[in-house]
Design a protein around this ligand. Structure first.
Ligand code: FAD
Length: 422
């Protein structure tokens, strides 16, 4: 069987794989990108129908190309985001091979590099970049047994309200996905319960600038990876309907019943932690803190932006917040569906004898550089900083890895050019 050889193999043709290709080309590193489906597949087939980008078009893009025919302040729909990456790959002439799945990566024993088994044959590469996504495997906490008589889906397989069976719906998780899905369902006339955990909720915009701008000028996209054990706090933002601040009191006014963290299930009854008021208060405090920092930035830099005191006004606390539901009999409440918007894990089960994972199968790395020489990760949440898993952030991490790969080449070139000392 013939074995194809390439210097650097990039696994995954999402935004991370495309960004990696651009920087490898700039560093003259021969490479190939393998994508098991289509370019930016997850934007096409693992997102709900009405999803738009969380950031405006001027921000959520690579530096090298703007969205064609789009208002820079608009929130681009998911298909157009995927189309953008297809067009970008064409523009940079990225060597992407679609429809090829990597099934195993192992060390090339006794010599540098790796053996990569794929659905279309074997490849040998000196370097491998795993760009298979920050959000690979949907995670559902083991609270309700699969045998329970209720439809349980993850947010990655939710499509639209009409695709769900009749009945009320419980959405678990109040990050960007959970709140947008709950909102869409309520607007479609469905009865909705929303289980709210700890969250940050920045203003969509403040004093005339979008939150992506504020996070940028305040240095928050560049926040470094939190230390091990730091509690992950989800961020609730939405570009839906032109973009609006996520406001749980408004969602309750719309008829959504807010509940605390989903904690337990027994005999058809779900219990919720008594933490709703605490979670909402922490989210409010996070909002106010950002407004304070924005005001201080404006004052410090003498910037002319309009005042916006109304951004600090909180509506009255709804009944579900003052007298929270702590228990729900699912059948009595008419709940037919639970949507778990509870995040994702990674899956590198195709790696064999590669020193790049910890005992829990999570990447062990420093800014994407693993302990295994020649093996790299790209697109991980907090890979180098907060922006790492986002469109614009991954582009910068890819640049770092390409620099690193070409630096390693120089050491190897030196070795090859200088015969073994006596
Ligand atoms: C609901 C949602 C909304 C988001 N909205 C935004 C937003 O508005 N703005 C923003 O900046 N970010 C957003 N993100 C975050 C991030 O931009 C996306 O998750 C994005 O898809 C990550 O791109 P990626 O290339 O790193 O990974 P992915 O898009 O997951 O791409 C990885 C690719 O690898 C392929 N692959 C996996 N395994 C293999 C294999 N073994 N062999 C070959 N190919 C393989 C997959 O098919 C996939 O195409 C959002 C995330 C989610 C979940």
């Amino acid at each position: 069987m013939s074995v194809e050889k390439i210097d650097t193999l990039v696994i995954g043709g999402g935004q991370a794989g495309i960004a990696m290709s651009e920087h490898l080309s700039k560093c003259n590193v021969p490479h190939l990108v393998l994508e098991r489906a289509r370019i930016a597949e997850r934007w096409r087939s693992e997102r709900w129908d009405s999803l738009v980008a969380n950031g405006p078009a001027w921000h959520d893009r690579f530096p090298g190309m703007e969205f064609a025919n789009a208002d820079p302040d608009a929130f681009i729909d998911k298909e157009a985001v995927a189309d953008y990456f297809v067009a970008y790959a064409q523009m940079i002439d990225a060597p992407v091979r679609t429809g090829v799945e990597v099934t195993k990566v192992s060390r090339n024993k006794g010599q540098r590099g790796f053996i990569i088994e794929t659905s279309a044959g074997v490849i040998e590469a000196q370097n491998v970049v795993a760009a298979t996504g920050p959000f690979q495997r949907p995670t559902i906490p083991p609270i309700i047994p699969e045998s329970a008589d209720i439809l349980q889906i993850h947010s990655n397989s939710y499509r639209n309200p009409a695709a769900l069976p009749e009945g009320a719906i419980l959405v678990v998780g109040a990050g960007s996905s959970g709140v947008q899905i709950a909102d869409e369902l309520a607007r479609a006339g469905r009865q909705v319960y929303l289980s709210v955990g700890p969250h940050d909720r920045p203003p969509r915009s403040y004093r005339g600038r979008d939150f992506v701008w504020w996070l940028g000028v305040l240095g928050k996209w560049d926040m470094e990876t939190p230390g091990p054990g730091t509690e992950h706090v989800t961020i609730a933002v939405s570009g839906a309907r032109g973009g609006e601040t996520v406001d749980f009191r408004r969602l309750a006014e719309q008829g959504i019943t807010l509940v605390g963290m989903t904690s337990n299930y027994q005999n058809g009854v779900l219990t919720f932690a008594p933490d709703l008021a605490k979670n909402i208060a922490a989210g409010d405090a996070n909002l106010m803190a950002l407004l304070d920092e924005a005001d201080a930035y404006i004052a410090r830099n003498g910037i002319d932006l309009p005042q916006e005191p109304e951004a600090r006004i909180l509506g009255p606390d709804p009944e579900c917040l003052t007298h929270p539901v702590l228990e729900l009999d699912l059948a009595k409440a008419g709940i037919s569906t639970i949507i778990w918007a509870t995040g994702y894990a990674v899956d590198y089960s195709w790696l064999e004898e590669i020193d790049a994972l910890d005992e829990k199968g999570r990447p062990k790395h420093q800014r994407g550089v693993s302990a295994e020489p020649g093996f790299y990760f790209l697109g991980l949440p907090w890979q180098s900083r907060r922006g790492s898993s986002f469109i614009w952030g991954v582009w910068h991490d890819a640049k770092h890895l390409a620099d690193r790969i070409s630096t390693q080449h120089r050491y190897i070139d030196y070795h090859n050019a200088n015969p073994r000392p006596a």
